[in-house]
Design a protein around this ligand. Sequence first.
Ligand code: ADP
Ligand code: ASP
Ligand code: MG
Length: 418
Amino acid sequence: MPLLVMKFGGTSVADLGRIENAARKVKAEVARGYDVIVIVSAMSGRTNEMVGWVEATSKLYDAREYDAVVSSGENVTAGLMALRLQEMDVPARSWQGWQVPINTTSAHGAARFVSIPRENIDAKFAEGFKVAVVAGFQGVSPEGRVTTLGRGGSDTTAVAFAAAFNAERCDIYTDVDGVYTTDPRITKKARKLDRIAFEEMLELASLGAKVLQTRSVELAMRYKVRLRVVSSFEEVTDTSGTLVCDEEDIMESKVVSGVAYSRDEAKMTLLKVEDRPGVAAAIFGTLADAGVNVDMIVQNISELATPAATRAYTDMTFSLPTNQVDRARVAIEAAVAGGAFAFSELVTDTDVAKISVVGIGMRSQVGVAARMFAALAAENVNIKVITTSEIKISVLIDRKYMELAVQALHDTFELEKA
Ligand code: ADP
Ligand code: ASP
Ligand code: MG
């Protein structure tokens, strides 16, 4: 039997009516002759609510218990979806991660797949079941504990199942009808892309475009999964949505393809760090050991404390997710107390956002950064940190200018035009 993977995100299963709507789409594919693996998210808002409960209970929580709590939303929707399908005379069975089993590492809160054995689900298909409804976002560790894959992880579950079961396609059903040049919630001028290259999607996702989880794009690229983003709320045809595909399969060639933003960024600066070999390793080793996701890093040029001094000092700035600031501060204080490194002052700014422009066309075009900075300057937006790679430029700015900056860059690079 040909097989499809259909993933429904939180808004697509937000209540019983929407679960029924999603089930109708599944039934239609079964009627076309497919076996279907359905991956479901928790009802929208549920995971956030549970994360809030965990954080209110324990500030530096045990990640195993975080996973025990926050994975539960998907269990509810998986069971309800299977029941709804049964009511529609579609033979369906639900699966929690450990039942498949979806084997992952034991990196709680950010686990990675190790293996997804097919036997159990294949046996059910062989018995005559047409649909396997799998709880997204979760797995089981070698120690037998429930794990989660990081926020937005159901996308990755979907792609992993598409790879493991050789699915004809992996359709991500969500509340937008595809991938846009930027988040359509920020500007009405955002334009839907018919196709986007894996590498661009990878950058957009990792820079904040949450329409697909970064890891899902990585897996799709590696295992050559046909990955499509479509709307749950519209009729879907063969040409609907956005296909994430190889660069060679794209006709459109623009320097910049999209603008991404990440709202919940913070910036920390260690002032007057002694400038000697090993100091960056000590600081960022400490942060890595504490599980802090450091993103941008800037080290200022070295200064001597006085013209006659022999010791040089520097300032070290890095960005991180806002909700990891406490974790970072505790880790840094402990390392300083242990004599790993020293500095004079720690300055934290929790009101920043990261804006990025992405495009494979940047590889062969100069002046993109200058155009970006000029557009921000024209809006009087000050840039705090800059990083670049081959196909992206990111800046950190005050959060209050985030929308304005996205709109200005969308205009500057004329993304509304095909
Ligand atoms: P789901 O619950 O279905 O997983 P998400 O909320 O995780 O959905 O992702 C869909 C959302 O991603 C959209 O509602 C949109 O606001 C946001 N988004 C951000 N950037 C983009 C983009 N470039 N294209 C489309 N959607 C985007
Ligand atoms: N429910 C999880 C989250 O909100 C996983 C997902 O929806 O992809 O992050
Ligand atoms: Mg999502």
